[in-house]
Ligand binder design. Structure first.
Ligand code: CP
Length: 310
C-alpha cells in the first residue's frame, strides 16, 4: 500500500490484511504496561490538520508513538498556512523536512488525493484523515474492526447507517468498505440529507428508522454536520431527533445482539440518547480504542511491510 486515500477502490484482501494486523497488534499489546514496539524507529510521521479533531489526531499520534516513530503535529491555525502558504507548498515543505508519511485532514474533498500527487516525487505516503464530505477511510476501518470483534464476520450482516448521510465522509467510507467486506448497508435518512446519486451506491434506502431496526445487526448513528449546512438545517433539530434519533424506545426494537456505533463527536439527546450511548450494546468507546490499533496497522502497511512504498 502506497497511500490510504479512500475505501472506494480498496480491495477486500488489502482491507482484511489491515484489519488482521490491527487485531494482531491489539493482542500483542494487551496487558503490556509499556506499549512500545520498535517497528517505525527512525521514521517521521506528520499530522497536518486543517479542521478540528480529537479522536483521529490523537489516535494517529498515539499509534505512531507506540510504533516508535517520531510524530509531529501541524495544525493549520498555528502554521504558515495562516500566512497564506498553499497546501502544495506546505506539503512539499513537510516532505523536504523529512516526512515519511503525511496524515491530512482538510475541508476540501479531494485534498488528500492532490497531496499524494504532489508527494509522489519525494515518495512520502499520504493518509486521508477526512477530506470534506468525501471520505474518512481510517474511521471506516476502525468501525469494521469493531464490528468484526462484536459480530465475528461482516458477511451478510445488515448494517443501518442513520442520519446526515449527505455531509458524512464517515458514511461514504463505510458504505464502500462494509459492502466490499460482504455486508448489506441500508441508509436511513430524511430525503434532504441523502446525496445526489445515492441510487448508484451499493445500498438500499429507507426513511423509516422504526421499520429497519428489528432486522439489523448494527446501527451506525451519524453526527449531524451543522458546520456544512450553509443553507440551514432541514429538518429542524427537534424533527430530526423525533424521526432519526436513537432513543431508548427505539433501542428496544433492535435484536439483542445488535451493536450501536457512533463515530463521534456525539450530540447526546439529539442523535442518540445518553442511556443508549452508554449501554452495553454501545461499542462507541471500543471504536476509539480500536482506532489506535487500526491506525498503527495502517502506518505499518504504509511504511514497514513488504508491500510498503520504498
Ligand atoms: N470520528 C472523528 O473523526 O472524530 P474527530 O473529528 O474527533 O477526529
Amino acid at each position: 500500500m502506497k497511500h490510504l486515500l479512500a475505501t472506494d477502490g480498496l480491495d477486500a484482501d488489502t482491507a482484511t490484511a489491515v484489519l488482521d494486523t490491527a487485531d494482531e497488534l491489539k493482542h500483542t499489546l494487551l496487558g503490556r504496561e509499556v506499549k512500545k514496539l520498535p517497528t517505525l524507529r527512525g521514521r517521521t510521521v506528520i499530522t497536518l490538520f486543517y479542521e478540528n479533531s480529537t479522536r483521529t489526531r490523537v489516535s494517529f499520534e498515539i499509534a505512531g508513538k507506540w510504533m516508535s516513530a517520531d510524530v509531529i503535529n501541524v495544525s493549520a491555525s498555528s502554521s504558515s498556512v495562516n500566512k497564506g502558504e498553499s497546501l502544495r507548498d506546505t506539503a512539499l515543505t513537510l516532505a523536504a523536512a523529512g516526512a515519511d508519511c503525511v496524515i491530512i485532514r482538510h475541508p476540501a474533498s479531494g485534498a488528500a488525493h492532490r497531496l499524494s500527487g504532489w508527494l509522489a516525487g519525494p515518495g512520502t505516503a499520504v493518509v486521508n484523515a477526512g477530506d470534506g464530505m468525501h471520505e474518512h477511510p481510517t474511521q471506516a476501518l476502525l468501525d469494521a474492526a469493531t464490528l468484526r470483534e462484536r459480530l465475528g464476520s461482516l458477511k451478510d450482516r445488515r448494517i443501518a447507517i442513520v442520519g446526515d448521510v449527505l455531509h458524512s465522509r464517515v458514511a461514504r467510507s463505510n458504505i464502500h468498505l462494509l459492502s466490499t467486506l460482504g455486508a448489506e448497508v441500508v441508509l436511513v435518512a430524511p430525503p434532504t440529507l441523502l446525496p445526489v446519486g445515492v441510487e448508484k451506491l451499493p445500498v438500499t434506502v429507507s426513511h423509516d428508522l422504526d421499520a429497519e431496526l428489528p432486522a439489523v445487526d448494527a446501527v451506525m448513528m451519524l453526527r449531524v454536520q451543522a458546520e456544512r449546512m450553509h443553507g440551514g438545517f432541514f429538518p429542524s433539530a427537534r424533527e430530526y431527533s423525533i424521526s432519526y434519533g436513537l432513543s431508548e424506545r427505539r433501542q428496544a426494537l433492535l435484536p439483542d445482539h445488535a451493536v450501536v456505533l457512533h463515530p463521534g463527536p456525539m450530540l447526546r439527546g439529539m442523535e442518540i440518547a445518553s442511556a443508549v450511548a452508554d449501554s452495553p450494546s454501545s461499542a462507541i468507546t471500543e471504536q476509539v480504542r480500536n482506532g489506535v490499533h487500526v491506525r498503527m496497522a495502517v502506518l505499518y502497511h504504509l511504511l514497514a511491510s513488504e508491500g510498503a512504498a520504498a
